[in-house]
Ligand binder design. Structure first.
Ligand code: FE
Ligand code: FE
Length: 287
């Protein structure tokens, strides 16, 4: 069967650019849990600039236009492993804790879950949770792909990282979007809230029909640290969202603390993960 792997003409060029820009594999020292996500002491100028751009440009209109642009999932037809190969070319510039490739992070997260005997669907979630970063293939800038996510269309919580950069967001001048609830109603549920655009929301839309509901939920909100780490925005959550917070926190502990400079022998792990992916996904899916 003829498979269309890449429709975008410039996709390969873009990957090549990314890989040359991001070969920054810096040796890391052993870390304690407090050392992770330490933006005060660990944020490089690159990370600060990343969040300046992210908080400036992630307006409600931007998010709505991206949701609309990607809703049809008509950009690519590719398999989970094709997407994993794309991740191999990406290092996340917004992450103060990881300078290895994303596919290493994928295997490290999944392996740590597997070692602790978590269910197969959760191990799979660990493996694929960041595949939405293939958004770079479509020319999206880093500030529209990675980083922490937050609701748009209502007042910003000071629990969002680098909150002072919201001063540059044009939504700040729209009083309707700056009240406590903004365009939302009390406890309307996160499914009714527009989150800043990036790999979470995008991958959710790609995989939601293939995975258990909890797995899709983790993928959709895993970067919403203001909520699952800092307890913010509970007034937008319904009972279902609140019941899911412990699961987001559990997943987050694996997402963060599995990060290590140790390389991973993906060839050795492949038979297990090939089988696991095939349990849930057909050979190709729409992106
Ligand atoms: Fe992520
Ligand atoms: Fe991750």
């Amino acid at each position: 069967m003829k498979r269309t792997i890449m429709k975008k003409k410039n996709a390969l060029l873009h990957i090549a650019l990314l890989s040359t820009m991001n070969i920054l594999a810096i040796q890391q020292k052993e870390k304690t849990t407090e050392d992770f996500r330490d933006y005060e002491n660990n944020a490089s100028e690159t990370i600060k600039e990343f969040y300046r751009l992210n908080h400036t440009h992630q307006t409600l209109n931007f998010v709505l236009s991206k949701k609309n642009e990607y809703a049809a999932l008509d950009k690519l037809l590719m398999g989970i492993w094709d997407a994993m190969n794309v991740l191999d070319t990406i290092v996340d510039d917004s992450d103060p804790d990881l300078s290895l490739t994303q596919s290493v992070h994928a295997f490290q997260t999944a392996e740590r879950l597997r070692q602790n005997n978590h269910p197969r669907w959760l191990i799979l979630t660990g493996l694929i949770h960041d595949l939405g970063k293939v958004l770079v293939l479509f020319g999206e800038p880093p500030w529209a792909v990675v980083g922490d996510t937050f609701p748009v269309g209502c007042a910003y919580s000071d629990k969002v990282v680098f909150t002072h950069y919201f001063a540059h967001n044009s939504d700040i001048n729209n009083a309707l979007l700056q009240t406590h609830y903004g365009i939302y109603t009390p406890n309307c549920g996160l499914a009714n809230v527009h989150m800043s655009w990036g790999h979470d929301e995008y991958l959710y839309s790609v995989v939601k029909n293939y995975l258990p509901e909890q797995a899709s939920y983790i993928i959709r909100y895993h970067s919403f640290y203001a909520a699952h780490k800092e307890g913010a925005y509970d007034y937008l959550m319904n009972d279902y969202d609140k019941s899911m917070i412990p699961l987001l926190q559990l997943f987050s502990s694996y997402d963060l603390y599995s990060k290590s400079p140790e390389p991973i022998n993906s060839a050795e792990l492949m038979p297990y993960y090939k089988k696991l992916v095939a349990e849930y996904f057909p050979e190709t899916i729409n992106w």
